[in-house]
Each structure stands twice: as C-alpha cells, then as structure tokens.
Design a protein around this ligand. Sequence first.
Ligand SMILES: NC(=O)c1ccc[n+]([C@@H]2O[C@H](COP(=O)([O-])OP(=O)(O)OC[C@H]3O[C@@H](n4cnc5c(N)ncnc54)[C@H](O)[C@@H]3O)[C@@H](O)[C@H]2O)c1
Length: 430
Amino acid sequence: MNISVIGTGYAGLSTGVGLAVKGHHVICMDIDENRVDKIKAGVSPIYEPGLEEAIKAAIREERLEATTSLEEAMKKSDVGFICVPTPSKRDGSIDLKFIEHVSRDMGRVLEGLEGYRVVAVKSTVVPDTTERVVIPNLEEFSGRKAGQDFGVGMVPEFLREGSALQDVLEPDRIVIGELDKRSGDALEELHSVFDAPVIRTSIRAAELVKYASNAFLATKVSFANEIGNMAKRLGVDVYEVMKGVGLDKRVSPHFLRAGIGFGGSCFPKDVMALVRKGITLGYEPRLLEEAVRLNQGQPLRIVDLLRKRAGSLKGRNIAVLGLAFKPETDDVRESPAIKVVSELLRYGARVRAYDPRAAENFRKVSPRAGYFRSAQEALKGADACLVLTEWPEFRELTDQDFSGMRERIIIEGRKALNPNRVSGFEGVCW
Ligand SMILES: NC(=O)c1ccc[n+]([C@@H]2O[C@H](COP(=O)([O-])OP(=O)(O)OC[C@H]3O[C@@H](n4cnc5c(N)ncnc54)[C@H](O)[C@@H]3O)[C@@H](O)[C@H]2O)c1
C-alpha cells in the first residue's frame, strides 16, 4: 500500500521505515527541512540501531521518499499516519497544538483529493482527542464527512526508543481503533505484513490502551523503586529481590529495574496527561499521581547518597557517565540525568560528563557541564563518579579505567558496571 507518515521523529520515522522494510511504499513528510534533506540523503536524523542502514536500503529499493509537502505526501498515499508531537502543558495536561494544526492542514488537502483516503492517528493522544479534535477539523476543512468520504482510525505506537525499528517490525500486538468498518479493514490490511495479533476497538479504547500500557509500565518501575528504596536501607540488593519476584509468571521480569527513575519522551508526559485527563473527568487517579511523584524524587536520591559519601560538593569534580534516558538512544528528553546534573551544579560541583551518543543533545540542556570524549577522560581527576545510563560499554569498564580518579567514590543509578571488573562501588537501591 501507499502510506504517508506526517511527522518523522522517533515514532514517525521508525514506523515509516518499518513499513517500507515490510514492502509498503512510504513517503515521510515533515515541516523540518533539514530532517527531510537528511532522510532523502539516506542519513538518519536520529540515532536508532539499524535505522540508517534500513533507510538507505529502502531508498535504494524505491520504497521510501521524503518531502516537506503535505499535499504531495497525501496525494501519493492511501493511508496517512499522524505522528506529530503531543507534549505536555505546564500543568502536565496534553498540549494538542500540533494535532490541531496538522488535522486542519490535512483537512485542507483532503478537500482537493480524489478517491478514498484514511487518516490514522499514531501520536499518543488522550481519549476522545481523535473524535473531539481530529475528526471535526478534518471535516470542517475538507467539507467532507468522516466515515463516508474518508476513513479515520487510531493506531497507537508501542515502540521503545533504543530498539524502535525492531519493535516496529516485531510488534507484540497491533491495536486498531476504527471509526467504521471500512477504515478498520484498510488499516488491518496495511498491518497484515506483521506477524502479530490484531485487536480492533473503538477509537477511544485504542487511545486508552496506549495510556494504560504506559501508565502500567511506569507504575511497575515506581513500584520497583519503592521496594529498592527500602532494600537499600536493609542492605539488600533489590535486583536479587526482583529476580525472585519477576520469575512469577503473573508478574514477569520486565520493568522491575530499580534505579534513578523512568525518563524519556513518553512515560513522564503520558502518565501526567492521563492524570490530568482523569481529573477533568471528575476522577482523581491517585495511584498514578503517586507513581509520578515517586519518580520525580528518585533521581535526587543518588545526589543525596553522593553527599553522604563525599560531603560538600562545592568545587569538587564529579564524573557523570551516561546522559541519555536509556541506552542505545541519543534522546535526553526527561532524562533523569538532567535533574542529577543540575542538582550537582546547584551544589557547586564541576561536572565532567560523558555519553556515547547523547552528549550533543545534553549540551543544549546543560551547557555548563563539561563534556568529554570517553569515560576515561571524564574520570580523570574526578572526586566521585555517578553512572546514570546502562550503556553496554560501561559494563566493559575495569578498575584500571577508574584509576585516574582523585578519590574513588563510584555510585550507580542503573545496574551498569560489572562487579567482576570494577570493585568498591554501590548502587542507589543496591
Ligand atoms: N518517541 C517514542 O518512543 C514514541 C513511542 C510511541 C509513541 N510516541 C508518540 O509519537 C508522537 C511523536 O513523538 P516523537 O518522539 O516521534 O516526536 P519527535 O519530536 O521526535 O518528532 C515529531 C516530528 O513531527 C514534526 N512535526 C511537527 N509538526 C508537524 C506538522 N504539522 N507536519 C509535519 N511534521 C510535523 C517535527 O518536526 C518532528 O520531526 C508523540 O505523540 C509521542 O507520544 C513516541
């Protein structure tokens, strides 16, 4: 099928490339010219394992193109996925300005197009957004009727940054929220290239599946952190505990990794958006509020621990290894490292930071930190070291790599170091 992806960031680009790998013809559209030029040149504007190679191959096989023209993208496609950002407002509620904008523009283009098209929302949007915002805009600006002249669906995306392309290619499930049967049939046909169960629901249910999934996983992490905070006081390694818990099939071992809390562009904003949505519905989701609150305090625990061990941080050199919110990504949005580094700077420390991929993005958020090209360089002359992301290369570090430190205080915020190679470190919850 011919597909367009409107908004080609982490979610849109990975989805588009995945669909091209599976044999569809995909046109990526973005308002960011630089991004579009890079895709056209076979260069990935974001770092995701395997993505750039897949872009190059898809362009070579003429299954992927890119444009800044919404009209061209929609003209050339049967289904258009909306993948624009849905950030938070100051109060944590969802900011729909990009959705408002793109749905109006798509409506305008639809007006002049012949033939049946389906618009599918893939951005994470709070329940009723597609029906309350997207459909009315499409109808008003096209002068056509949804469910009759064109189709509408909501197909949430569950990919994880760091393994985005693989997740698109091998999804656990496909959820299709459909306005009507014809829209759902078209979307099911498009997804038939994947070997995964398909669940067809109402549009609102599909929107809520995405939030419920993220809220559950975020709550699971906060639960592991709660147990971890107690385990630390008990002198127990919470990873031993969670191994014992996670082997229970009813629990599963995933998302039980205690540490400095969840970050990234999805969990923090999505859980808050769901909380705010609940409140507008007259219901206060207290379990989720607490999961968020616990998470907000979690990164600061590693700084408290450091101050207990090192005393005053004023004028001290602190090496920070890992800035991305998780390994295998250059994304630093809501990374716990942002809070940790700003707290270190607030206490007057000098930060010596290193990350294999995310330093460039982090520098924009924290220009006052010092950035180094390797862990060893960052560690040179350091009075303490905090490890904040579990990059595989940190697992390879040995005592020798830490030998340039002036004082040897090493604290992990994630299970990153190998105790057989490095001695005398501790973790935030272990
Ligand atoms: N990042 C993830 O892991 C992930 C996973 C699942 C779902 N999502 C959801 O997908 C959506 C997009 O997230 P992202 O992380 O890919 O964002 P992003 O910021 O990485 O990318 C969004 C892209 O949309 C473009 N854009 C903005 N307005 C546009 C317009 N009117 N027309 C065309 N392009 C436009 C931007 O230039 C940008 O390139 C969000 O709703 C997010 O919650 C993200």
